[in-house]
Design a protein around this ligand. Structure first.
Ligand code: FAD
Length: 534
């Protein structure tokens, strides 16, 4: 059972194990994919992500066919029927064993538990594998055996666990063919090769323009994902990546000494340059394995162990990959993360401007029914704060936006506008092509100060300073990122670009800010200091 988080043929544990079994017993192997629109709706999946998944599914089908493995996709309208329908489908194929990789969201875990219970009655064997992370959830714990809710001790152990397995990673890096399923010799299920794949899912269709843009920005397939990785490791960053073009457009010049990866620690915070890997859409669907990324990094750096230094590109990049594993571990260890609850329970009582609903049922109601004026303006990139507006317009257009500005817009929504972080979390999921519950929730709860290892509530970014700051990590020094995405300000230079006066804003028909930094900050400090009080 291929899922929407492991859409690849290479280095896919469930698929490798299934193919090994099939070969050993000389029985056929079929890959099944379930389309579950109710799940997509319940989990705020973006139409962009669904479209990207279907494009990748088609590419997986082609690769599987080369290995003589058929892929069949089935739509199941009601999500509660997924376990029983899956077993009926298996029965109709005469299948007695099911292999799948684990999805750690609570609904998916419950679904798999039910599947296992039903399968037991039918004598069907279910085998589930960890596949999403480099270090799987549950391996890294405190001395008392508890999961970490703080990143730095987690990261320290993460590095040790990875280094303990380094010989294997290096060996695998040298022999990539070892990660391919080998199935050619098994019996074939010919008729299944003709089964057609869905090209869209009702309720998740993309507008034609958006579909074309997404295809150009984020081409599908394992080979493309590998190209994106290669580009990160081999080519220089573009000094000005401001077109709405994806990681593979306009081949950048090759420069092995100074490539994106080698300068990542210095340049990664810049929103006006194309400096990061842009692998997130591929990692979130599982089109590329995080272990493959690690192996490539080891090969490229020629190192015999994982570098953990913040002062090198490779070291800093590895730390970001560890954040991905950390948030996945948190999701698996604390199910309330999947339930719309703050990790720090006392912040359930924070009084938000949009509603006062600490529980998810009320939240759903308020989100669906009414976007306040402030939320509407934030979503549209019309807040009157240039860096926030540029970031939101970039997100709306590209389905992806740079990490630093994700943090800025999230903090602006939750602290300056005092809007519940779950509204932002949901909007991101609806727009992002890389939407992933663990990282998105982690990022939102970090910014809102309600999560694991969060930004302290009193450290509130000044968005104007974040935008213009001239320090070692230049975010947006000349303002090109703003000028590109906010054409109203295209002719504005200097400090005015980052914080236009009311008269400039009026002249250029750019919005006046909803709230001043100082007033927003003071209100947030008050509300977080004594949750439950105005
Ligand atoms: P790079 O800088 O090249 O990093 C490489 C990889 O490391 C990324 O592809 C990603 O898989 C991982 N990574 C990097 N930073 C983080 C991080 N802070 N947390 C977890 N993993 C990280 N990432 C998602 O994949 N999906 C999301 O839905 C998502 N939502 C976010 C929401 C907010 C509010 C914030 C602040 C961050 C969010 N992130 C999310 C994390 C991060 O912004 C993106 O992973 C990153 O910007 C992707 O670009 P990249 O691939 O070029 O990253």
């Amino acid at each position: 059972w291929m899922r929407m988080s492991d859409m690849r043929v290479t280095d896919n544990r469930a698929l490798s194990q299934a193919s090994e079994q099939a070969c050993r017993h000389n029985i056929p192997l079929v890959v099944l994919f379930i389309v579950s629109p109710q799940d997509y709706k319940a989990h705020d999946r973006s139409a962009r992500k669904i479209d990207f998944a279907l494009r990748n599914l088609s590419s997986v089908k082609t690769r599987l066919e080369e290995l003589h493995i058929p892929l069949k996709a089935v739509t199941i309208a009601r999500r509660k029927n997924v376990p029983s329908n899956m077993l009926s489908l298996m029965a109709s194929l005469g299948a007695t064993q099911l292999f799948a990789n684990i999805e750690y969201e609570v609904d998916e875990l419950r679904r798999d538990i039910e599947l296992c219970q039903l399968a037991k009655k039918q004598q069907t064997k279910i085998r589930l594998f960890h596949n999403k992370s480099i270090v799987e959830p549950g391996i890294i714990t405190s001395k008392g055996g508890k999961p970490y809710a703080v990143y730095s001790p987690y990261q320290k152990q993460w590095i040790s666990v990875v280094n303990a397995a380094i010989a294997r990673y290096l060996e695998e890096a040298k022999h990539p063919e070892a990660n391919q399923p080998s199935i050619r010799s098994c019996p074939k299920l010919g008729e299944l090769f003709n089964s057609a794949l869905p090209v869209s899912v009702a309720g998740f269709e993309l507008e034609d323009d958006d579909a074309t843009a997404m295809k150009e920005l984020w081409p599908e397939g394992e080979d493309k994902a590998k190209e994106v990785l290669r580009r990160f490791m081999k080519t220089k960053s573009r000094t000005s990546q401001l077109e709405a073009n994806g990681p593979l457009s306009h081949g950048a010049e090759t420069d092995h000494k100074h490539n994106r990866m080698s300068e990542y620690h210095l340049e990664r915070d810049r929103a006006d340059k194309d400096t990061t890997s842009r692998l997130s859409p591929y990692l979130s669907l599982g089109v590329i394995s995080p272990r493959a990324v690690l192996r490539a990094l080891l090969l490229e750096s020629g190192s015999q162990k994982v570098d953990n230094s913040s002062n090198t590109g490779a070291g800093r990049f590895v730390q970001e990959m560890a954040w991905r594993d950390f948030y996945t571990d948190v999701l698996a260890s604390f199910p309330r993360i999947s339930m719309g609850r703050p990790f720090i329970e006392k912040f359930s009582a924070v009084v938000w401007e949009n509603h006062q609903a600490p529980n998810k049922a009320n939240l759903d109601q308020s989100v669906r029914d009414q976007d306040s004026e402030a939320v509407r303006r934030w979503k549209a990139g019309m807040t009157g704060v240039p860096i926030v507006d540029a970031a939101m317009r970039c997100l709306n257009k590209m389905g992806w936006v740079h990490n630093r500005v994700r943090m800025i817009v999230a903090m602006y929504l939750t602290k300056h506008l005092m809007i519940d972080w779950r509204i932002g979390e949901r909007y991101f999921m609806e727009k992002l092509i890389d939407g992933d519950l663990s990282s998105n929730n982690g990022g939102w709860q970090w910014s809102a100060s309600t999560g694991v290892d969060p930004c302290p509530y009193f450290r509130i970014f000044n968005p104007h300073t974040q935008s213009s700051k001239e320090s070692l990590t230049l975010r947006n020094p000349k303002g090109d990122f703003i000028r590109h995405w906010v054409p109203e300000l295209r002719r504005v230079y200097g400090p005015d670009l980052h914080n236009p006066s009311i008269s400039i804003a009026k002249r250029l028909e750019y919005p006046i800010p909803i709230i001043e930094h100082k007033a927003g900050r003071e209100r947030a400090l008050r509300r977080f200091k004594t949750p439950g009080e105005e």
